[in-house]
Write a protein that binds this ligand. Structure first.
Ligand code: FAD
Length: 434
């Protein structure tokens, strides 16, 4: 194999992909519309930090980057629920209480991947190259750059340019792909909780959640001992608060413990952008055996399972595996890649949507807490046989579609067992009365 490879987008997926392909000795050019993020300010409006779990770590392990990335990570072993009134409630993620998802700075992770990609032999990174034209059959690309439009050609074009992918847009325009973007009727906005006297203002070992029924706020810790909070509110409702007094009154009523911890609340609220959320469905992901979409460009999901980047990293691992199995044929590789990944990305897209209801509403209910305790008790009683959905999604690399099937099976068995136990109890009572 000596094809020339173009990767469009040097975000998390594109940079990781460049590292994997470089290990195969392939010549890769990575095109990124932004200036080099290592020399400037981070883009506002994207999440500042991410929860990376086993799938993401598995990919990083394969390129020898996991220790470097984890050195800056903050493990979160459970959810800390903040009710409007009353004590905080810590809910561990795993039955053993020792498994954690990891809060990682998006910028630090992206920079580590870019450094690794740039160091790899055969990889060239071109910043300030925004893809604006694509002839997917010929592999011809046009980029807007500060010096004007430049053209390039590659044997294989990998579109890793995120949820609003220009590569996908070009494939749609060529009539080769159809896209369907299900926007969620919710937006998100980030707020900050700074360190207090150099210390974390909240427990740094938890992912904090303020469930409020139809809306919620979460907070993840940062290495500088601050927290980044993200409000997930119904679209349009952010506009209802326009003055400092209104903002303070609202947060004082609904998020009372946040108010004393967020001195820049009003400024953050008024000036930070509202991001959109949605699920991207694309069919197919590839064209002409030489152009493919990967990561968010193919299948962006809502962030409520903390799996978007983890899933995108898993894409990269699978593409690499397909390359090995396809004996050098990119056409075969891309078909295999789509066939294997689509069913799994559809599964996590569904689970991520369902988890929003769980996080914003159910986690606060006593029934949910009881269910979690029963679930963890079952995991301890039947190790390896009963495994919770959260455990399988976050702490294993079990394919997402298999997670869904397995959890369904477990619920059926559990339902039948409870049903039988109930029948036995009723029969026992009837027997005693006779
Ligand atoms: C609020 C929020 C919270 C999240 N939290 C988590 C989490 O906790 N855990 C998790 O796993 N995931 C999380 N995600 C999802 C995660 O951010 C994405 O899945 C991940 O960033 C996808 O990586 P990507 O490289 O495919 O896309 P992106 O990160 O969007 O990167 C795309 C890159 O392509 C570049 N680009 C775009 N257009 C062009 C063009 N025309 N030409 C050249 N370059 C271009 C962009 O500048 C960017 O660098 C979250 C998402 C959101 C919105």
């Amino acid at each position: 194999m000596s094809e020339t490879i173009a990767i469009v987008g040097a975000g998390l997926t594109g940079s990781l992909l460049a590292c994997f392909l470089a290990r195969r000795g392939l010549p890769v050019t990575l095109y990124e519309r932004r200036p080099d993020p290592r020399t400037g300010q981070a883009e506002r409006g994207r999440s500042i930090n991410l929860a990376i779990s086993e799938r993401g770590l598995d990919a990083l392990r394969r390129i020898g980057l996991v220790d470097e990335v984890m050195a800056d990570a903050l493990p979160m072993k459970g959810r800390m629920i903040h009710p409007v009134e009353g004590p905080l409630d810590f809910q561990p993620y795993s039955a053993t209480q020792d498994r954690a998802i990891n809060s990682i700075s998006r910028g630090t992770l992206n920079n580590a991947l870019l450094d690794a990609a740039e160091k790899a032999p055969g990889v060239e990174v071109r910043f300030e190259h925004r893809l604006v034209e694509l002839d997917s059959q010929a592999g011809l690309m046009g980029f807007e750059t500060p010096a004007g439009t430049v053209h390039a050609q590659a044997d294989v074009v990998l579109g890793a340019d995120g949820a609003g992918s220009a590569v996908r847009g070009q494939l749609v325009a060529e009539g080769l792909v159809t896209e369907d973007v299900d926007f969620l009727d919710y937006g998100y906005k980030e707020l900050a909780i700074p360190a207090v006297d150099g210390e974390f203002a909240l427990d740094p070992g938890s992912l904090h959640i303020w469930p409020r029924g139809t809306s919620m706020m979460i907070a993840l810790p940062n290495p500088d001992r601050s927290f980044t909070c993200t409000l997930f509110w119904p679209a349009g409702s952010f506009d209802a608060l326009t003055s400092a007094a209104e903002i303070e009154r609202y947060f004082g009523t609904h998020y009372p413990d946040l108010l004393p911890l967020a001195p820049d609340l009003v400024d953050d609220y008024l000036h930070n952008p509202v991001g959109v959320l949605g699920t991207v469905h694309t069919t197919p992901w590839q064209a002409h055996g030489r152009t493919v979409l990967i990561g968010d460009a193919a299948h962006a999901i809502v962030p409520f399972y903390g799996q978007g980047a983890n899933c995108a990293f898993e894409d990269v691992v699978e593409l690499d595996r397909c390359l090995s199995e396809a004996g050098g044929s990119w056409a075969l590789t891309l078909r295999m890649f789509e066939k294997r990944r689509r069913v799994n990305t559809e599964a996590i897209a569904e689970m991520a949507l369902a988890n929003f209801v769980e996080m914003r509403d159910k986690v606060a209910s006593p029934v949910f807490r009881l269910n979690k305790r029963i679930e963890h008790a079952l995991e301890r009683a039947f190790p390896g046989q009963y495994v919770s959905r959260y455990e399988l999604v976050s702490f294993s690399t079990t394919p997402y579609a298999e997670v869904q099937r397995r959890v369904r099976r477990q619920h059926q068995v559990l339902g039948a067992t409870i049903g039988l136990a109930g029948l036995a109890a009723v029969a026992g009572m009837v027997g005693r009365r006779r």
